[in-house]
Design a protein around this ligand. Sequence first.
Ligand SMILES: Nc1ccn([C@@H]2O[C@H](COP(=O)(O)OP(=O)(O)OP(=O)(O)O)[C@@H](O)[C@H]2O)c(=O)n1
Ligand SMILES: O=P(O)(O)OC[C@@H](O)[C@@H](O)[C@@H](O)CO
Length: 400
Amino acid sequence: MEPKPAAPGPCPGDFRVAEAAAAAAAASSLNPAEARAEPGRRAPSVAAVLPAGGSGERMGVPTPKQFCPILERPLISYTLQALERVCWIKDIVVAVTGENMEAMKGIIQKYKHQRISLVEAGVTRHRSIFNGLRALAEDQPNSKLSKPEVVIIHDAVRPFVEEDVLLKVVTAAKEHGCSDYDLEFGTECLQLALKYGHVNAKLVEGSPDLWKVTYKRDLYAAESIIKERTSQHICIIMDTKEDENHVGHHLEEILKNELNHVEVTSGALCPAGRDLKQIILEQCYNYVCVNVMSSDFEETQRLLNMLEESNLSIFYPVVVISVYFLDYKSVHFDQKVENLMQIREYAKEVRKRNILLCGLLIYYPQDEQKLQASLREGATIITTLIKERNSGLVGQLLIA
Ligand SMILES: Nc1ccn([C@@H]2O[C@H](COP(=O)(O)OP(=O)(O)OP(=O)(O)O)[C@@H](O)[C@H]2O)c(=O)n1
Ligand SMILES: O=P(O)(O)OC[C@@H](O)[C@@H](O)[C@@H](O)CO
């Protein structure tokens, strides 16, 4: 399964931190014997510099690519999120041009990014990096930055960096010498370090997702990756556990079968399912609220309240689909639809908080085969809404 999207959270006191401490100690130690991890050793000091002062000429759009939106959030915010969740990176210095400084401050505030300092970018990428390094190196009286032992340089337009590769980079910073291979296939940064830093260097293998957003097509690729990652976990909430034969339960079964590569959790507002708060904490971005017993929005409203309180949707749109049932025999079709149209108002309200709410009415015949077909159609609508995360369908009542 793909790794979860980066999300901020408390730094776990697990082995990675100790490993990082050892790596940073290794990177900074003059004595190789000291480079081994020691219990209780002081925390490492690692900082990151993000050059974000380019104009993105090759992208061919007026907005510099680092500020281009992906699912309505600027690209650079994804990169910051990926770095700030790595708790052993103490400071993240971002180099931006003077004209984008205010916009950058707005992004930091809106998405509550932490440990970020801004510096003025330079006319070239290397100059932007230099400005970031200078801010970390100088002991300026009003600066909250302290001089780190290791600095990670990471393009602001590489949003999918994982902690393990950052750890490898920090570890390699001291452990390895420079080979002919490294020189042959060196990147600009490597050459810069070799020429002016008088240090050895080592190329570390990254993952294919570490690629750089350069052309317009890369924005579409990044969006697809984010959509795929956020669709990996779906929580189904049923307002009853009774009446096992109700079509609601059949729908749940069909969804589970169709989404066999996806983690489907049965959450509940009632005690039978897994604790919904926990599921939200685990960063599930998709909820199917199956209303077997009721025709109102009470259960959906409870779920929406919990989602709003959690702030889960600050980084990614959360999809909520409220599902209802009506059989062909019922004479109340108009009344039911009219009642369910209220979803528009709820959807408009929660849309402001990046929650994409849609309604789905499964209008089903008694005939077993046709019923199965209706349920499969319903399941297809649900999976499409989740995979596409299309804000254009927000507030719609779809009928299967
Ligand atoms: N004067 C510059 C130029 C580039 N960068 C940053 O360096 C990273 C990688 O560079 P690149 O992909 O070349 O970005 P751009 O220069 O913006 O793109 P282009 O070459 O297409 O104009 C980007 O995060 C970019 O913002 C920078 O900080 N300062
Ligand atoms: O200009 P290009 O798009 O070829 O790549 C720039 C890269 O060299 C740069 O982004 C660093 O990641 C590597 O030092």
